[in-house]
Each structure stands twice: as structure tokens, then as C-alpha cells.
Design a binder for this molecule. Structure first.
Ligand code: MN
Length: 249
């Protein structure tokens, strides 16, 4: 099995190093192509206003001076003669749960693989305050990935996996759940002035209010489970098509 690894925390991120170790336990054909610098929050942006460069960091190990989407797109065009069998993005330092996934470079990198018709998985490790450990992911990642490796999947779909912020032996198991939602008015906004007296604003993710609806990824991870959520790139609200069409008759 040929696997492409990427992330949004950058080529030197510890979560990517851990993912490489996990992936090499699953396959002897692993290629890494990740952003040269951290791109958290980059979403699915594709760099159009400047060139990007491909930098080599060892055998089948590359960085792209751009976004996670750039990295996957360039890897698929330049590093593979035929598409890889799997794209895995992560392991992100921090959760990607609920509607936060729409901002996520980690998810978007996997989405770029899915758009190319390749099975894709995003992995994220929840962290709280000074609890910055990948311990749960390190112990559980291979077990969570294994059932997905040979699984037939619909095109333009991906799987979002989050590991809870707790010691590996306190993880309660795996739950397949739907995407949850945060309240929009959430997170922190720092307001201050730069050295020249001009105001600036800085978005933060502290104080995020979670709406822990039953059966969601947010609930599962908060209760100590690993969440596994199938996602689709088709954003169409299929239930609204009929009613909307009637408005134009
Ligand atoms: Mn990140």
C-alpha cells in the first residue's frame, strides 16, 4: 500500500513524525509532503498569487512552501506516477471537531486527497492547556487506522478521527459519530496595539463553548472516546432542493 502523509502543522511538527512512525508500521511505501511552515487554520486554500516551491528533506520526504492543499496537490502531480492508495493528514496538535473542521488545514489536506478520488483520513489529538501530549494517538492510531485500510469507500468522502486528551490507558474506546456544532460566538479575540500605536486583533481558540449534543464527535471526545466521523465533500443540502426549486416555479 502506497501512503501519502501530510499535515497542517508543518514538516517539522512532532505529530507528523509520530504519524510517519505509525504509517511505516502499516506500509513500507510512505511518502511525506507537508507545508514548510505551520498552516493551522488555512482551511482549503490553494495558493494562487505566488509560486510555491518543493523542498526535499530526505528520502520520499518533502516540504511545500504553501498550504496543506498546495502540499497534497503538488505531491499528487509531481511525486507520484500513479495515485497513492491512501492520504493521511496529521496528527494535528489539537482537536478538529464540530464545525471547526471548516477552518482546518488538517481536514482540508485530507479533503484534497478525497477530491482526487483517493481514500483519505485526518487524524487529530485533542489537547488542553499545558496537556500537549500525543500519548492517546501514539497508542491507538494503528488500531484505529487498521480497519479503514482496505475498506471500500465512496468517492469524495473522508474520515475524521480525533483522539481525546487523556492518558492512553484511560481512553474508553472508539465511537463512530456525526459532526457536532459549536456556538459561533466563541473563542477569544485579543485586542491590542502594535508598537506604532495601531490597533490589531488576534483570534484565539481559548474559551470555546462546546455544544455537546448526543451522538456527536464533540461529545465522544469529551467523554474520553476516540471519535471516527465520515465526512463528504458534497456540501449540498439535499433536503432543501425540493422546497427551493418550488420557489422558482
Ligand atoms: Mn494544525
Amino acid at each position: 500500500m502506497r501512503i501519502l502523509l501530510t499535515n497542517d502543522d508543518g514538516i517539522h511538527a512532532p505529530g507528523l513524525k509520530l504519524l510517519e512512525e505509525v504509517a511505516r508500521g502499516l506500509s513500507d511505501d510512505v511518502t511525506v509532503c507537508a507545508p514548510a511552515e505551520e498552516q493551522s487554520g488555512a482551511g482549503h486554500s490553494l495558493t494562487l498569487h505566488m509560486p510555491v516551491r518543493l523542498q526535499e528533506f530526505g528520502q520520499r520526504r518533502f516540504a511545500v512552501t504553501g498550504t496543506p492543499t498546495d502540499a497534497v496537490n503538488l505531491a499528487l502531480r509531481k511525486l507520484f506516477d500513479t495515485p497513492p492508495d491512501l492520504v493521511i493528514s496529521g496528527i494535528n496538535a489539537g482537536e478538529n471537531l464540530g464545525d471547526d473542521i471548516t477552518y482546518s488545514g488538517t481536514i482540508s489536506a485530507a479533503m484534497e486527497g478525497a477530491l482526487a478520488g483517493i481514500p483519505a483520513i485526518a487524524l487529530s489529538q485533542a489537547m488542553r492547556g499545558d496537556q500537549r501530549s500525543f500519548a492517546a494517538a501514539e497508542t491507538w492510531a494503528a488500531d484505529v487506522l487498521q480497519p479503514l485500510l482496505e475498506m471500500a469507500r465512496a468517492k469524495r468522502t473522508l474520515i475524521n478521527i480525533n483522539f481525546p486528551c487523556r492518558p492512553a490507558d484511560e481512553v474508553r474506546g472508539i465511537r463512530v459519530v456525526r459532526q457536532g456544532f459549536h456556538d459561533y460566538a466563541r473563542g477569544s479575540l485579543v485586542e491590542s496595539k502594535d508598537p506604532r500605536g495601531r490597533p490589531y486583533f488576534w483570534f484565539g481558540l481559548e474559551d470555546v463553548e462546546h455544544t455537546l449534543d448526543h451522538g456527536t464527535d464533540l461529545e465522544a471526545v469529551s467523554e474520553g472516546y476516540i471519535s471516527v466521523t465520515p465526512l463528504q465533500v458534497d456540501l449540498t443540502d439535499h433536503s432543501a432542493i425540493g422546497a427551493l426549486a418550488e420557489r422558482y416555479q
